[in-house]
Design a protein around this ligand. Structure first.
Ligand SMILES: [Zn+2]
Length: 321
């Protein structure tokens, strides 16, 4: 478990004006005692399952398998390839899965003018948000052919995280190289990439665990469909079983949620109030929009009974420890 030093110091700085904190109280909890967990509930690594191109079997096959394990995936449909039928993405979103953008028409963004690239990036996002409704926020994009636009500002205007695919393991909190959210990597899988087994995924998991990082898995077609680079659904099921069996190590979450967790860790301020022998801890975002960044963060608190993990929603209620 790593301590995120500047968060801790910032938390202390925020105390004086936040509440009647008694710094000399031998029993009082201080912000110095609190560690922000790199991944929720003290896990070691983060894994995201992502699916591109609305290949024929993705929604019918993968969504039920993910649901079996109560895990969420990220789907990147191409708007034009949906042919106006949004039922599958609406249904997946209603079941808690993430719908990201894979642009309107799957072009090579690097070859487009700014105005054309902006259309591909912006209009795909607004279409997804409109058809899903309910104030849904589309915050994630996967670059077609893994090629970003020349003007990267166009990406950050509409999204908080964008996916590339050069097989790197990205890192999260407290690493020497800050994560580049316009260039988060992924591992391309399936027959084209000679990766069609749960064992090949397990190798990625173990490497990610060794680094304490984040890996995105990039799938296209599932089973014997007509889409690109098929991967067997039964092997996906086996991999999810492995992750469930090792759930104290691996956090399986959508790309958007993992990105939000890292963003929030880097922006949050800790406040501690001690009163009547009890401590209350709250987290406040310095600059992020709480409408989008509302994922609980896990803090680690030492207690007489050992370390305790507590989930707190930034800008939400203070939690009594
Ligand atoms: Zn694609």
């Amino acid at each position: 478990m790593k301590t995120f030093k500047f968060l801790t110091l910032a938390g202390i700085a925020g105390l004086a004006s936040a509440c009647n904190f008694n710094a000399s109280s031998p029993d009082g909890l201080s912000a110095e005692d609190i560690t922000i967990c790199k991944w929720p509930q003290g896990r070691t690594a983060a894994i995201s399952y992502t699916f591109d191109d609305n290949c024929p079997n993705q929604f019918s096959t993968v969504v039920p398998i993910l649901n079996e394990f109560n895990m969420k995936g990220t789907f990147f449909p191409v708007i034009n390839w949906l042919n106006g039928n949004y039922d599958a993405i609406k249904s997946a979103a209603a079941q808690g899965h993430e719908i990201g953008s894979h642009t309107v028409s799957h072009p090579n963004l690097g070859e487009l003018s700014d105005i054309d690239a902006q259309h591909e990036l912006h209009d795909s996002r607004t279409t997804i948000e409109e058809v899903i409704g309910g104030n849904y926020k589309c915050i994630t994009i996967a670059y077609p052919f893994c090629i970003p636009p020349k003007n990267i500002q166009l990406v950050t205007d509409d999204y908080i995280v964008a996916r590339h695919c050069d097989g790197r393991i990205d890192m999260g909190l407290n690493d020497s190289i800050p994560i580049d959210f316009t260039n988060v990597s992924s591992h391309a899988l399936g027959s084209v990439f000679n990766s069609t087994t749960a064992e090949s995924l397990q190798t990625i998991f173990e490497n990610t665990r060794a680094k304490g990082g984040w890996s995105n898995l990039l799938f296209h077609e599932i089973d014997e469909g007509t889409g690109y680079s098929p991967f067997p659904s039964e092997e996906i099921r086996k991999s999810l079983q492995y992750l469930q069996d090792n759930s104290s190590v691996y956090w399986v979450a959508t790309m958007g949620d993992v990105a939000r967790y890292i963003y929030e860790c880097n922006d949050v301020k800790i406040k501690v109030c001690n009163a009547d022998g009890k401590a209350k801890v709250s987290l406040t975002l310095r600059s992020l929009d709480p409408e989008i960044f509302n994922l609980p963060l896990t803090i680690l608190i030492p207690t007489a009974d050992g370390p305790k993990y507590v989930d707190i929603i930034p800008n939400g209620e203070a939690v009594e420890i």
